[in-house]
Design a protein around this ligand. Structure first.
Ligand code: AMX
Length: 439
């Protein structure tokens, strides 16, 4: 069967021709108008980016190359082999995001081997990371580690060598697969350095996720399955979210995939975005600590009390709300199903489920958020905690390993399709006032 690179190379001419035809046929048509509210309000919902790997519907949630999460769980190969024999593996999802095609198990195995073969970190990266103070936030360590790996960029080297732009895709491809391969190594080193002895043990007889779990020091088949699901569902959420958009923007300058994704990681490290998953766990732990100390039970009433305290203090409820979604996030739902299947009696899962029972009506009564339902970050921490993976300041690093699969798969197509430098127009507030003067 063909390798991933061969499949992509074969797809290129038709995709390039399709984009050219799209420009010719519809280039001057309007797909959106922008209001002043949108200009002042974070460009919310303005349709102005091309993003092929996934599309988000406000009510249905995300589709990866047209497939919902439950569909992926039915059709993608698993560690054991056949679809549905466990959770889908990230190698399969990566193949799908890049090519739009469902891979065979043999193709996934080929990609696993390629990732293992490319995973080694340069010595200067390891020694730099080992020298960082343990108190450095794990996301900062993670981004620094990837930034230091940029010495290996084949795209940057090829650009310096003056290659023709029609070959950019090939050098971008090499970097992107190298980054996918190295991220679990960097992430595991951050974890082992911050919380343990810095020793990272591998098992390359396993898949990408299984080996990553061993590197973290986790050795439970249940956790392996969770990690497979986790890495699949956090990968992509169309183009406008902060981490994906940042990667795309920085990449549009022809900064190489290492530099581009480091920028994406720094976006992910913000509390309104990926850091929310650590904030959810912190919120739950604070809630439990408060009511344990007061000798009160954690139930609908006490959670409601704690939620109002948070809101009245001018803070957000982490894990709730979304810039685009207007329903419960299907990434939340599939994690809830995982919990119902594997840990129905877990006490923290029960707390999360009780929060889910009361929070939408609290946020609706609060009257601000446009979406009172939970997002992906609301559930992930509790699943990790169940398996003894309790260092929640680290959780966003796992998100960062996953988000690369989506953001960099699109970056491949950015370079393959020759997408231009991104440069929207800004205006001053005086410009807006003058523009409407007399109208
Ligand atoms: N708790 C309290 N208030 C909230 C809220 C929440 N969970 N979600 C939104 N609001 C508030 C906003 O802060 C805003 O208040 P303001 O008018 O005083 O500024 C108002 O409701 C309107 O916001 P919105 O239009 O509904 O949301 P948005 O598109 O501006 O922001 C998001 C979206 C995710 C940043 C916001 O819902 C939030 O802060 N949620 C909590 C943090 C979180 O869970 N982030 C993770 C999102 C998923 C991800 O990226 N990983």
């Amino acid at each position: 069967s063909s390798t991933l690179k061969e499949v992509l190379a074969a797809q290129l001419p038709a995709k390039q021709a399709e984009l050219k035809a799209l420009k010719q046929e519809f280039g001057s048509m309007k797909i959106d108008e922008v209001s002043v509210d949108q200009c002042l309000g974070g460009a919310r919902s303005v349709k102005c980016m091309l993003w092929e790997t996934s599309l988000l519907d406000a009510n249905e949630g995300i589709r990866f190359r047209g497939h919902t999460i439950p569909e992926l769980q039915e059709v993608l190969p698993t560690f054991k082999g056949p679809a549905s024999a466990g959770e889908p593996i990230p190698e399969a999802l990566t193949w799908l995001l890049l090519t739009g095609e469902i891979p065979t198990k043999a193709q996934c195995d080929g990609l696993t081997a390629e990732l293992h073969a490319r995973s080694a970190l340069p010595e200067h990266v390891v020694s730099m990371m080992n020298a960082l103070p343990k108190s450095t936030h794990p996301m900062t360590q993670f981004a620094l580690g990837l930034q230091a790996c940029q010495t290996e960029s084949k795209f940057a080297q090829a650009y310096q060598d003056g290659v023709h732009k029609s070959t950019y895709w090939e050098h971008a491809y090499e970097d992107i697969i190298d980054v996918f391969a190295k991220l679990p190594e960097i992430a595991a080193l951050v974890y082992r350095n911050t919380y343990f002895d810095g020793v990272v043990k591998r098992d390359r007889t396993l898949d990408y996720s299984g080996n990553f779990c061993r590197m973290l020091g986790m050795d439970d088949p249940g956790f392996d399955e969770l990690m497979r699901l986790y890495l699949v569902i956090h990968s992509d959420h169309e183009g406008g979210n902060a981490s994906a958009h940042t990667t795309h923007l920085v990449g549009s300058t022809l900064a190489d995939p290492y530099l581009s994704y480091v920028a994406g990681l720094n976006s992910l490290a913000g509390p309104l975005h990926g850091l929310a998953n650590q904030e959810v766990l912190r919120w739950i732990q604070e809630l439990k600590a408060k009511f344990d100390a007061e000798g009160k039970e954690v139930n609908e009433q006490t959670i409601t009390e704690f939620a109002w305290d948070t809101l009245k203090a001018g803070k957000v409820i982490p894990g709730y709300g979304h810039a685009v979604l207007r329903q419960t996030d299907p990434r939340y739902t599939c994690q809830r199903e995982f919990a119902n299947k594997h840990m129905p009696d877990d006490p923290l899962f029960k707390v999360v489920d009780t929060i889910y029972a009361v929070m939408p009506s609290i946020l609706t009564e609060h009257g601000k958020t446009k979406n009172p339902y939970p997002n992906v970050d609301s559930h992930s921490g509790v699943l990790l905690w169940h398996y003894g993976f309790t260092q929640y300041n680290y959780y966003t690093v796992l998100f960062g390993v996953s988000r690369a699969l989506g953001a960099l798969s699109q970056l491949f197509w950015d370079r393959a399709l020759g997408l231009p430098l991104e440069r929207p127009k800004s205006v001053t507030s005086a410009w807006i006032r003058n523009h409407f003067a007399g109208s």
